[in-house]
Design a protein around this ligand. Structure first.
Ligand SMILES: [Zn+2]
Length: 285
């Protein structure tokens, strides 16, 4: 696969889900071998979108360097991963990426409007060679080598919502080509009775029914209902795709998770990079 950037700069503005502050972001084309990186223009700080720059994973994935932070990076990274863009600058003038409609739909649509630019070299992919697992007291995730008949990134998730919503599972076979229609429109979600707690923790200051599904008595309270029957699970896939892109590469392998989230996926990447025997970085056609 070739390297890709975007054809032209794209400007977007909006409120951050957790901080409630307004940010302006500009997605900019970047040269080959630049990777994906954030540029906090108000602090003059470059922060590469890398797993080892993750500083916290409480309800969102937040990266930082030298006390300069960018919060909630997972949805924009998911859009870039889904569109195979591997070189891009994300300039941002405040602390949090705008939540927009709670999914990666708007990022995807704006990128599709300007188009992607094919670059002269091939991009590296990371192929999983050995099973890796991270487990904590409530859930786990694994990265496994693909079976012979599997291509690309495959994702199998199970969730258990403790009676707050019907338990669901989802199986996405070879994400390539399925991302835009099946995953990108799935919105973030929360449970009505947890909202007061999150607010008391100084979180979700920018949250509203315009950017999140809110579940009460096992049903969404949003007037328009759900965009997909299993939108919550599809959003979990969207998050996994964004969080895995902090590996720095598209992953070829199978991700399996139970009650997974930002914390588990980031720790899984830490396990992965503990040994070079776990993976192979190479170019594919
Ligand atoms: Zn999310």
């Amino acid at each position: 696969m070739q390297s890709f950037t975007i054809n032209k700069s794209i400007g977007l503005s909006g409120i951050g889900l957790h901080s409630g502050v307004n940010s302006n972001i500009i997605l900019k084309p970047a040269k080959i071998n630049s990777g994906i990186y954030f540029n906090r223009t108000d602090k003059d700080k470059i922060i590469p979108a890398q797993w080892n720059n993750v500083i916290s994973t409480k309800f969102s994935t937040n990266i930082g360097k030298d006390d300069v932070e960018v919060k909630t990076v997972e949805h924009i990274l998911s859009a870039l991963a889904g569109l195979h863009i591997n070189n891009c600058e994300i300039s941002i003038d405040n602390i949090e990426v705008p939540i927009l409609d709670g999914s990666s739909k708007i990022f995807v649509e704006e990128i599709q409007k300007v188009g992607v630019l094919e670059q002269s070299n091939k991009q590296n992919i990371l192929e999983i060679l050995k099973p890796i697992k991270f487990k904590c007291d409530y859930g786990y995730a694994e990265l496994l080598p693909n079976e012979n008949n599997q291509e690309g990134l495959n994702i199998n998730l199970e969730s258990f919502f403790e009676g707050k919503y019907e338990d669901q599972n989802i199986k996405v076979t070879n994400l390539n080509g399925n991302y835009v229609d099946s995953i990108s429109k799935a919105r973030t979600f929360g449970f009505f009775h947890e909202i007061e707690y999150l607010k008391s923790q100084n979180l979700i200051k920018g949250g509203s029914l315009d950017n999140a599904i809110v579940i009460k008595d096992c049903k969404p309270i949003n007037k328009e209902g759900l965009r997909y029957e299993n939108e919550l699970m599809r959003h979990k896939v969207l998050d996994v795709v964004g969080d895995l892109y902090l590996s720095g590469y598209p992953i070829v392998g199978t991700y399996k998770g139970f009650k997974t989230g930002h914390f588990i996926t980031n720790n899984l990447l830490k396990e992965l990079f503990k040994s070079e025997d776990n993976y192979l970085i190479h170019k594919i056609h």
